[in-house]
Design a protein around this ligand. Structure first.
Ligand code: HEC
Length: 468
């Protein structure tokens, strides 16, 4: 039997939530539970209200609702449901807030009743579980974490299906609506991750089940970098801080005890630790200074850089530890430093990219550096063997690119976009989403944009969380 027919059969025999058979429907035997994977109450609603358009391969908007797994896979654009987050689930947003009428009434379909909406809302808020109680994506092992600076949220994307699978609402955890989650750093084994809150002045520690397990106080934290062998996390200061203390933070990850290290220059922002952990690097937003800090003795050595004020946004260090690059906001460059012959950063090259390069990242093989250009809405791939631009990527979804993470296999770039100027228009007008952030997924072998994932406002720092 075909899937569609199967469901048509289902439609005439479902029980209502009260356990009565719908009066207009003949009393045929129930199709066994679990065939669609939906809990029965949800199955009834989907059958009655959605399947006339969302069944089969050409489901409305590319969204097939035949089974729970189909619903959870979302459309080719993204997820319809975010487990545990009814408010940000497109399915409910469209059914309540869509400009032009709640979905599917705008297409001539029948509107969901308040009772049906309440059932769907409660189901999603409880985790959108299957009929057997399975939480969707509970097994996801390659996750991308994305801070949403204007919503006090962290979104979690499954990197295999590229849909949002969870949101961490910082307000529910007692932080302010303006906490401003900025950057994210993750343990290499995926056991924990850290989120800097610029405005709440905290660095939070979460476990991989999204439970808050620790926190440290630090004024206007920004970028973070883990020590590769010791139990330490280094933290710089946010760009939002005009005159922060001239110190970086050193947090003991196990208990989140924090200490501060003098770096003697204003506005230390960019931060990185080389792969052996012997040296950490930071740079000033206000002066052309890079500092090399011995992580053992805390001795700081300065490298002054010529030219107009660069404003170093962030560093990336090559996997072999020999090269460090810095993206410079005001001069639009990738500066290349030798840190292999001597640990003290020495400027060796400068590569022009587009306006306001932001968070650079190396490919896993060290050959390329990728960076989003915030004021040009492009992503640049720099070939480090020739020290020249290999590609400039532009297209839908790139709207003030900010954070950048490379998939572990090097095949995809995940670029977060602030979209504070509304240069990306979300595909549905929900009245309040014109400034949605995005995560643009770019194929590194073709340099094409494969997907634009809509997330919450002011998408900022990103990091991969890989567990086994
Ligand atoms: C009358 C046909 C029709 C009905 C009934 C219908 N839909 Fe849709 N749906 C569509 C079409 C067509 C689209 C594509 C967007 C558009 O054209 O507005 C869509 C889009 C969507 C999307 C967005 C998919 C995406 O990622 O772009 C969601 C979510 C959705 N529908 C959920 C539902 C749910 C849940 C129901 C049942 C309560 C339902 N729809 C009932 C026709 C329908």
């Amino acid at each position: 039997m075909q899937h569609g027919m199967n469901l048509a059969g289902l439609m005439i025999c479902v029980l209502t939530a009260q356990g009565r058979l719908h009066p207009s429907q003949p009393a045929t035997p129930l199709v066994s539970q679990g065939e669609t994977g939906y809990p029965q109450e949800i199955e009834s609603i989907v059958n009655a209200r959605c399947l006339s358009c969302h069944a089969g391969a050409t489901g409305g908007g590319g969204l097939v609702l035949n089974t729970w797994e189909h619903l959870m896979a979302g459309s080719s654009y993204g997820e319809a449901v975010i487990p545990f987050d009814a408010d940000n689930s497109l399915l409910l947003e469209m059914a309540t807030k869509l400009a032009g009428g709640p979905h599917p009434r705008e297409l001539g379909g029948e509107m969901l009743t308040d009772r049906e909406l309440a059932i769907l809302r409660r189901w999603i808020a409880d985790g959108a579980r299957s009929s057997t109680g399975e939480v969707p994506f509970a097994e996801a092992s390659q996750r991308l974490l994305v801070g949403s600076q204007d919503e006090a949220l962290v979104s979690v994307i499954d990197m295999e299906s590229n849909v949002v699978i969870h949101t961490i609402d910082l307000q529910e955890l007692g932080f302010s609506a303006t906490a401003k989650p900025h950057h994210i750093a993750t343990e290499p084994d995926g056991s924990f991750f850290y989120v800097s809150l610029i405005a709440d002045g905290k660095v939070l520690k979460f476990n991989s089940a999204y439970e808050l397990v620790g926190q440290a106080d630090f004024e206007t934290p920004g970028m973070m970098a883990l020590h590769p062998t010791e139990d330490l996390l280094y933290v710089g200061r946010s760009m939002a801080a005009v005159n922060p203390p001239m110190r970086i933070g050193e947090i003991r990850r196990s208990d989140m005890e924090i200490d501060e290290i003098d770096v003697f220059f204003p506005r230390p922002h960019a931060i990185a630790v080389e792969p052996h952990g012997a040296y950490a690097y930071t740079a000033s937003l206000a002066e052309n200074q890079v500092v090399t800090v011995n992580t053992d003795t805390r001795e700081a050595q300065f490298t002054a850089i010529d030219g107009p004020t660069h404003t170093f946004v962030q560093f990336a260090i090559s996997p072999d530890g020999n090269t460090m690059v810095a993206a410079t906001q005001l001069t639009g460059k990738i500066l290349v430093f030798d840190i292999g012959s001597s640990p003290i950063a020495t400027l060796v090259d400068s590569i022009a990219v587009n306006a306001a390069p932001w968070h650079p990242a190396f490919s896993p093989d060290g050959r390329y550096v990728y960076v989003g250009n915030k004021n040009a809405n492009t992503v640049t791939a720099v070939d480090m063997t020739t020290r020249s631009v290999a590609a400039v990527i532009e297209g839908r979804g790139l709207a003030q690119p900010h954070g950048l993470a490379v998939s572990p296999d090097g095949r995809y770039l995940y670029v977060s976009n602030n979209n504070l100027r509304g240069e990306y228009t979300p595909r549905y007008d929900l009245g309040d989403n014109e400034l949605s952030g995005t995560v643009t997924v770019i194929n590194t072998s073709t340099y094409t944009i494969e997907k634009v994932i809509e997330v919450e406002r002011y998408a900022s720092g990103v990091a991969t969380l890989i567990t086994n």
